[in-house]
Design a protein around this ligand. Sequence first.
Ligand code: GLY
Ligand code: MN
Length: 506
Amino acid sequence: MADQKAPRATTNRSTTPGSDTFKQYISSQWAERPDEEVPAREQSAFAARRRAAISAAHPGTRLIVPAGQAKVRSNDTDYPFRAHSAFSHLTGWGADTVPGSVLVLEPTADGHEATLYFRASAGRDSDEFYANPEIGEFWIGPRPSLAQVGTDLALATRDLADLDAVIAAAGSAESDDDTLVVREADPDLTRRLDALPTGATDKTVDTVETVDTVADRAASLDVLSRDLSELRLVKDDYEIAQMRAAVAATKRGFDDIIDDLPEVVAHRRGERLVEGTFNRRARADGNTVGYDTIAASGPHACILHWTTNDGVVAPGDLILIDAGIELESLYTADITRTLPISGTFSDVQRLVYEAVLEAADAAFAIVRPGIRFREIHATAMAVIAEKTAEWGFLPVSAAESIQPEQQYHRRYMVHGTSHHLGIDVHDCAAARRDLYLDGVLEPGMVFTIEPGLYFQPDDLTVPEAFRGIGVRIEDDILVTADGAENLSIAIPRTVADVEAWVAVQK
Ligand code: GLY
Ligand code: MN
C-alpha cells in the first residue's frame, strides 16, 4: 500500500481490547453521519491556475507532489504535521491537510488531469477508528471524506490506496511518460519511484545549464521543486490578501508583547514570556508561528537566530523580537522590531537604531518593477558602510569597504537584507539564482527588507558603549505596478513611534 505505516509500538501502554465481542460492540450503535457538501474554498480557483501553469511547463510528464508524512519527535509522538509548501500551493490545502496525501497530475492529450490521493476517514466497521492512534477518529478526530475534500478543494479525489496504480504506471515498460516528483517532500515515496525498473523519475535538468551555487546544484537534482519554487515568486491576489492578514495578526502579537512588558521584565526568563505571549496570539489567530520566535534581549540581540529565549529582559536594554504568524493557509509574516525596554532609547541605542532605519528606508525607496533583487541589499549595505565608517569602526573608507574584495562593514551585519516570503518564511528557496538573487522584480513579489547592526559584546573594533547592542528592523514588502508597498508599515518603526508604542505601558 502507498501509505500504510504500521502503528508505532506502544507496548508499555494499555491497549484496546481485542475480543470479537468488544469489536462488535464498539462498531455498533453510531448515528448516521451525513456526508455534508462543503462549498469550494476561495483559494481553490487560484490553486487551479497554479496547476495549469505547472502543467503547461511539463507537457507529457506525470507530476507527483506529495504533502509528506508527519515526522517522529520521539517514539510514538510526532511533530505537528505541516504539508510541503509546493503541495499546499497547488491544492489550496493548508493546515488541515491530511498527512501522507499526494497530488498527481497525469498527462493527457491537452494538459494534465489532477487527482488528490489521501487517506479518508476509517469507517466504524474497521478497527482503525478506535485502535490506531495515528489515524483513528477516537484519537485525532474525524477526517473529511473523499467527497468533502473533492468539493472543498474542487479537485478529483481518490483513496490513497489507489496511488499504487499510479506508481505501477510510472514503472511500466509501456509507459512513454516521464515522471517527476518533488523529491524532498516524501522521501519514502521518492525512493519507491527511484527503485522502479524503468528508472521512471527523470530528475535532472540539462547539464549545460549554468550551475554556480550550492542552491543551484541542489535545484538541478529536483527540477519539479525548482519549477514550483519559481512559480511562487509572484504572488496572486489570494496570496497577497493572506500576506496582509498574516501581517495584521503579527501586529496583534507585537501589541500583546508590549501589553505584557511589566510582567516580562519582572520574570527571570522574560524572553520566554515574550515568546509565549506571541505564540499564544499565533495559535489564537493563525495556525502557529511561521518560524521559531526570536526574543533577544540585551546582547542576545547580537545572536542572529537566538531562539533559546531564556534570558532576562532588563530595563535599559533593547529587545529584538523577530516573529511572524502563519495562518491556516500556511502564509506567514516575518517581522522584526527592536524596542527600548524602559520606553526610551539611550543616545547610542538611538544612533544605531536610526542608522538601521536609514538603511531600511533607502532600500525600500528603490523597490519597483524592473530593478534587480540584489540591488536592495547593495543599497542597504551602502548605508551600513557609511555609518560604520563615519563612526570610525572601519580600517578603510565606506567607498573602499563596499568593494567586493573588502566588505569590512559586513562584520556588523553578516546576513542578507532580503528574502522572498510567502508559504515559507524563506520562500522560493529552490528558485534559480537568475530568477531570485539576480532576478528582476515584478509586481506581486513579496520579500523582506531587514537590515541590522550587531556589535558583539566582545568586539574590540567598536567603543565599549556600542558593545552588546543589536538592532534589526524587518518589514514585509509587496512590489506594486509602479513601486512598492510596505505591508507592515502599521507596526511602529520610527524612534518616536516605537517610544510612543512602548509608552502605552509606562
Ligand atoms: N526571521 C528569520 C529570518 O529571516 O531568518
Ligand atoms: Mn526574515
